[in-house]
Design a protein around this ligand. Structure first.
Ligand code: PMP
Length: 436
């Protein structure tokens, strides 16, 4: 494996102030999207695996990083590394400026009204745990309901079970239809004055389903319930506007959005966030500390104890910049076309069954193959340089809905092509021929 020599590309002057002024990326012509052009930005997509050019179809687990993100990280650590929010010197000020520019960029990306409504976290999992432990602990009590659709990722189930255990609230599963949509009638029946929270994903990582989040949120609000939206799988596939959704909380992970691991964001409505107690104590989150009385910094800093992932924010900023250089609607249209192509092509493989058939969906293709364990399918494809995932996908209840414990999953991103889909399908055909 060859790792590009990034030191040769380092700028001579510190990059941070320039980055924080934005926009760094040159906008591409509207309406024109070329996956081939996008691919040129990804060094890793040009490697081989087991002697074959890599086909990366494990984007639901994590996306690859464009060189703009890799270079931003290298430039930050190579020319500008500093802790933030401690204004002692020039580099601390530059790093702080870039970090806060990252916050403003996330707010713009999500359509949030105010950068102060954005809390940096490690990722979606940490965001949900933050809300469960802070808002949940203070606002849930015996007899309260938390509605959680059956298609949720474990990270949007388990934190609610944990806080429900402590507060004696109940986690109530919202059933699915045979197609893998949230059963709308059951949802309406389950909503009541006891409902305090609805926790639902904007796109399922295993079924691909995109639920009608805006309508479901409006219904929940009629009962005075808050709504948390897990955007982990949504943000890389279609534009998101939290104001239009009217979500109370929205969470995503940078690493599923072409940014580094270890950084993500939680949006919370300003009036909700303002009332939330800190969930972790430490440096950076206080106003003053005294053994008699400690007071806290305003939000969002109150929610960000300790040194944050500054490099991660710089990388996220670069990723948002990179993504923002495309016409997002054209990207979504491209992915939809590719998904339709992939679904048709995969259906030609004998014994292949796609799991989930919701009409509103992202390009997640979960499947079973008659006669083969999903792990064996992933292993076979890996020998052809094709990376997919097999297992329970951290969504055991969603698979159980189909009577499955495990399945294979190919998940597409904007840089995948129909030629790559052809390679997947050809390899699956060969597997069936070899074993038939
Ligand atoms: N929610 C969904 C829908 C996901 O797909 C994932 C990651 N697979 C998560 C939450 C958790 O994300 P992370 O591991 O980045 O915290």
């Amino acid at each position: 494996m060859t790792i590009p020599d990034l030191t040769r590309q380092l700028p001579e002057a510190p990059v941070l102030p320039a980055m924080s002024r934005q926009p760094a990326a040159v906008p591409r012509p509207r309406g024109a999207y070329s996956a081939e052009t996008a691919r040129q930005d990804f060094p890793v997509l040009h490697r081989t695996v087991n002697g074959h050019p890599l086909v990366w179809l494990d984007n639901g687990a994590t996306t690859q990083k464009p060189r703009q993100v890799i270079e931003a990280l290298a430039a930050y650590y190579g020319t500008a590394n500093s802790n933030i929010h401690r204004g002692a010197h020039t580099m601390a000020r530059e790093a702080t400026e870039a970090y806060e520019a990252g916050r403003a960029a996330v707010a713009r990306f999500l359509g949030a009204p105010d950068p102060a409504s954005i809390v940096f976290v490690r990722g979606t999992t940490e965001a949900v745990n933050l809300v469960a432990q802070s808002w949940g602990q203070d606002n849930l009590g015996p007899g309260d309901d938390i509605l959680v659709p059956v298609l949720e990722h474990h990270s949007n189930i388990v934190p609610w079970q944990m806080v429900a255990g402590r507060t004696r609230a109940r986690v109530v599963p919202v059933p699915l239809t045979p197609e893998g949509e949230i059963d709308r009638f059951a949802y309406e029946d389950l909503l009541s004055s006891r409902t305090r929270l609805v926790a639902l994903s904007h796109a399922s990582n295993v079924l691909g389903t995109v639920p009608p989040v805006r309508e479901m949120t409006a219904l929940a609000h009629r009962y005075g319930a808050k709504v948390l939206v897990d955007g982990a799988q949504a943000v890389a596939h279609f534009p998101v506007d939290v104001t239009e959704l009217d979500a109370d909380f929205y969470a995503f992970s940078g690493h599923k959005l072409f940014a580094p691991t270890g950084i993500g964001a939680l949006y919370a409505k300003p009036e909700v966030l303002a009332d939330m107690r800190p969930w972790q104590g430490g440096g950076n989150m206080i106003d003053s500390v005294d053994f008699g009385l400690t007071t806290f910094a305003p939000v969002p800093h109150r929610m960000e104890a300790g040194t944050g992932n500054i490099g991660g924010v710089i990388g996220l900023l670069a990723a948002l910049d990179w993504l923002g250089s495309f016409d997002r609607d054209a990207v979504t249209a491209y992915e939809e076309g590719l998904m339709a192509y992939a679904r048709q092509a995969m259906a030609t493989v004998p014994g292949l069954e796609l799991v989930g058939a919701a009409p509103e969906r992202i390009a997640v293709l979960t499947f079973t193959l008659a006669g083969h364990d999903p792990a064996a399918v992933a292993d076979w494809l890996d020998r052809d340089g094709i990376a997919i995932r097999a297992g329970h996908h951290c969504a055991q209840p969603a698979l159980a809905h189909y009577g499955l414990e495990s399945a294979a999953r190919a998940s597409l991103a904007l840089y995948n092509t129909s030629e790559e889909v052809d390679r997947l399908v050809a390899s699956l055909h060969r597997l069936q021929q070899t074993s038939g």
